[in-house]
Design a protein around this ligand. Structure first.
Ligand code: UT7
Length: 327
């Protein structure tokens, strides 16, 4: 039976680092508040000329090299992002062009912070059904370009970056993606939304003056749903793989808030020592969070061949997703 193996990963963080201290000069906040309420200490921000696809390209080059393949072997590109270069063409199309890939199908997925897991699930399904063999997937965001720099409730929470992975068909059913789980609830869409710029509210002088092209979030309400859905994504993914928290070598949760992560691991019975944390260094990078963490975990030796990784994410939509992957 065909299964899907992650054969390479890569990640990229823009050079500019913005610390909590830097934010205190722009809005009424403190390092103490941001650290104690979220766990975030600093984040990376893209430069003015850097588009999201530029970040994807750097991460993808690394993932292709890590996979030891030639770029001509890639037969599908999926980019998960909510901060794409343009409404269209897709950021995946720009990535394909900038990397000089063959004219293979390329498209974006908009599932916010769950986007990379949605891309993983799509790629896994297309590989298992025989439609694709070698897929480049990425999660990438330039959140600094869509935050309201005057709203302390949201601006301090996000960062920029990209992570990528190369997925390939394998005949070994005991390795690779062992289970996936996903869901969504559009009824709660208004709780985390960028209101303007689409067909519901096209750009106008008023939308710009009212900063409606930026992140709007009812933080504490989102928090409650995030805790429940992260737990659901983690425990359901384990159930579907026939595993328990004890079988997990490394848990890679979406990094939106340290308190959400702590609540999730309590329920899934996974110790903190087996949980990958980088929120302090990179903050919440929406769809890029999981693939960046995955790459950092592999390259730092926290996740080795033969080990089980549990991935779980929750984001705007609301959307959520999980996966168990044996490396
Ligand atoms: O990425 C996936 C989806 N996103 C999430 O999962 C995020 C979920 N939400 C959260 O992580 C948290 O709700 C936040 C970190 C956003 C906020 O933490 P909170 O403990 O829920 O705080 P709050 O929104 O209830 O605000 C508490 C107080 C308020 O002051 P008052 O009204 O009590 O006087 C805020 O105005 O904290 C104030 N506050 C701040 N103070 C200093 C909000 N932001 C800041 C800030 N600095 N940056």
């Amino acid at each position: 039976m065909t299964n899907t193996k992650i054969i390479g990963t890569g990640s990229y963080l823009p050079e500019k680092v913005m610390t909590n201290e830097d934010w205190t000069k722009l809005v009424e906040t403190s390092d103490e508040w941001i650290t104690s309420r979220t766990g975030i200490k600093e984040r990376h921000f893209a430069s003015e000329g850097q588009a999201t696809s530029d970040l994807v390209v750097e991460a993808a080059k690394e993932a292709i090299k890590d996979a030891g393949i030639d770029k001509s072997e890639i037969d599908l590109v999926i980019v998960a992002t909510i901060t794409g270069d343009n409404a269209y063409p897709s950021t995946a199309n720009w990535t394909q062009k900038k990397l000089g890939l063959n004219p293979v199908p390329s498209f974006d997925i908009g599932a916010a912070c769950s986007g990379f897991l949605y891309a993983l699930i799509m790629a896994d399904s297309l590989i298992k059904s025989g439609v694709a063999k070698t897929v480049l997937i990425a999660g990438a965001e330039t959140m600094s370009k869509v935050i309201n720099w005057e709203d302390r409730n949201t601006c301090v929470l996000f960062g920029d970056g990209a992570g990528a992975a190369v997925l390939r068909a394998t005949d070994n059913g005991n390795t690779g993606i062992l289970s996936t789980y996903w869901g969504a609830d559009g009824n709660l869409g208004d709780l985390l939304i960028q209101p303007a710029g689409g067909s519901a509210m096209p750009a106008s002088e008023e939308t710009i003056a009212n900063k409606l092209h930026t992140v709007h979030m009812k933080g504490s309400e989102v928090f409650k749903h995030a805790v429940l859905r992260m737990q659901e994504a983690a425990t359901k993914s384990l159930d579907l793989a026939g595993l328990t928290g004890e079988d997990v070598d490394l848990f890679i949760p979406h990094q939106a808030n340290m308190r959400i992560i702590e609540a999730t691991i309590r329920r899934a019975k996974i110790p903190m020592e087996k949980t990958f944390i980088n929120i302090d260094k990179i903050a919440n990078i929406s769809a890029a969070t999981i693939p960046i963490a995955l790459d950092q975990a592999r390259k730092s030796g926290r996740l080795k061949d033969g080990e089980n990784a549990l991935l779980a994410a929750f984001g705007a939509g609301f959307t959520w997703g999980g996966a168990v992957v044996k490396f």
